[in-house]
Design a protein. Structure first.
Length: 188
């Protein structure tokens, strides 16, 4: 039986996706090429690398949701969930604990330019928002094993993806606020 999302779940996810998209775009306004590519040291990501990572993750995570929806719904797995939606979002947004990104979503120049990465993110995020506004897919009864959270449902995977972008927007804000970050926007 297809339950679909509640109006509250749908509205929350759409607003969260819009808010995190708009926050990222606001943070990027007016940054020069020098600012986008500056790194505190060789072990840290630049603003541009954070954006590339966000764009790559948006594609990979939503592709996983799409593929998972092709499998039969399994409401019996609902009892296997270890974490609530709020716990997943709070954990992801917390930058106190660092993680190594999987190889497939590590920034490595996979896009032709910073703008291409940003455009990819915006296109995917807007498409994902439109999907969430109208989908009748049963996101709550399709599950998969996440390496960090155990079994999560597809709706939680979308919240994870969105909180992930919030996490790395915070990371790029840390870069911008780092000692030595070029403050002048006059030089390209």
């Amino acid at each position: 039986m297809n339950k679909g999302l509640t109006r509250q779940e749908r509205d929350f996810a759409v607003q969260f996706m819009e808010l995190t998209r708009d926050s990222l775009l606001l943070d990027l306004q007016g940054l020069s090429t020098k600012q986008l590519n500056w790194k505190a040291d060789s072990t840290r990501w630049s603003v541009a690398q954070c954006v590339e990572h966000i764009a790559l993750a948006e594609g990979v995570l939503m592709t996983a949701v799409d593929m998972n929806l092709k499998l039969p719904a399994d409401p019996a797995k609902r009892d296997s969930l270890k974490y609530s939606d709020q716990q997943i979002m709070a954990f992801l947004a917390n930058r106190n604990q660092k993680f190594q990104a999987p190889e497939m979503i590590r920034p490595s120049g996979k896009f032709s330019s910073f703008q291409a990465a940003l455009d990819s993110f915006i296109t995917r995020r807007n498409r994902n928002i439109e999907y969430l506004k109208t989908t009748q897919d049963d996101l709550r009864d399709h599950f998969f094993m996440h390496p960090g959270f155990g079994i999560i449902d597809d709706y939680q995977a979308i919240l994870f993806m969105t909180a992930h972008s919030k996490r790395h927007t915070k990371q790029l804000e840390e870069v911008v606020n780092s000692t030595g970050y070029p403050k002048s926007i006059l030089a390209p």
